[in-house]
Design a binder for this molecule. Structure first.
Ligand code: HEC
Ligand code: HEC
Length: 218
């Protein structure tokens, strides 16, 4: 075999190895089948009483928008809310008796709905403060840029399960950032408590400004 032939054979083997490796990775990865949107829809009517039938118009600003939130994030939260690892007084009893498949279907359904954009209502100074924190963080205070994980447009990172923030209800976001800061929300444990670290040095003014900015970011 001449030199060129050997090289081609080698390249072919490499490609085959890569294919075999990819197949092995796919087979060994835990199956994330994703839920069934229609089955989720069939269970979602009671949720709509508080979160809005469109999943994006809660009764007031303390009710989170679920529409367009990514499936991985939603499913993790639903499991933690059901087990009590995330204590949400208003959600008490809402997930009783639901199987893992039911929760996956609900997550798939809400992820499939179109998100609703909001608009920031703060004054210029508040929006400028929030934008600079969101896009660039604050090195001195050890605040990482929100955009790095939640994306500059607030869509989050679906494969990683980082939540969408764009359009989220303002009072709900204030409550979450405050809860992370005080260590009361610990659902970021799997992620090395990154949100508790991010929120640790945020003051109330910054939290309000960020929540208002996030509502409109897109
Ligand atoms: C009685 C009103 C009410 C009903 C009914 C309700 N929720 Fe909620 N839900 C809330 C409120 C309020 C919150 C915000 C946390 C809190 O203050 O308890 C919340 C939080 C959530 C969250 C966390 C959102 C996030 O961004 O982390 C998810 C997910 C959720 N609800 C899904 C559901 C689903 C699915 C149903 C139906 C099976 C449902 N909810 C029914 C009021 C309700
Ligand atoms: C290093 C990645 C990372 C950075 C930086 C980051 N976040 Fe997060 N954020 C996450 C993850 C992961 C979660 C979900 C954690 C959980 O399950 O509690 C989250 C959750 C949130 C939530 C809760 C969403 C909901 O629906 O309940 C809010 C609000 C939030 N982040 C805002 C921010 C803001 C504001 C900043 C910047 C000041 C920021 N994040 C910076 C990764 C990050």
């Amino acid at each position: 075999m001449n030199h060129k032939g050997r090289h081609t054979l080698f390249a072919t083997r490499m490609r085959l190895n890569a294919v075999a490796l990819t197949a092995a990775l796919i087979l060994s990865a835990p199956a994330f089948a994703g839920g069934d949107v229609e089955a989720g829809k069939a269970q979602a009517a009671p949720c709509g009483a508080c979160h809005g039938q469109d999943g994006a118009t809660g009764l007031d600003g303390t009710y989170p928008a679920l529409a367009g939130q990514n499936e991985k994030y939603l499913l993790r939260q639903l499991k933690m809310i059901q087990s009590g690892a995330r204590e949400l007084p208003m959600m008490t009893g809402q997930l009783n008796g639901k199987s893992d498949a039911d929760l996956a279907n609900l997550a798939a359904y809400y992820a499939s709905l179109p998100p609703k954009l909001g608009q920031a209502a703060g004054d210029d100074a508040s929006i400028a403060l929030a934008k600079s924190l969101y896009m660039g963080g604050n090195l001195k205070k050890g605040i990482a840029a929100c955009a790095a994980c939640h994306s500059p447009t607030g869509i989050g990172n679906a494969p990683a399960g980082f939540p969408r923030l764009s359009g989220q209800s303002v009072d709900y976001t204030v409550a979450q950032l405050t809860a992370y800061r005080e260590g009361k929300r610990q659902t970021d444990e799997d992620y090395g408590h990154m949100m508790r670290d991010v929120a640790a040095t945020l003051n109330d003014t910054e939290i309000r400004a960020l929540a208002d900015y996030i509502h409109g970011v897109n």
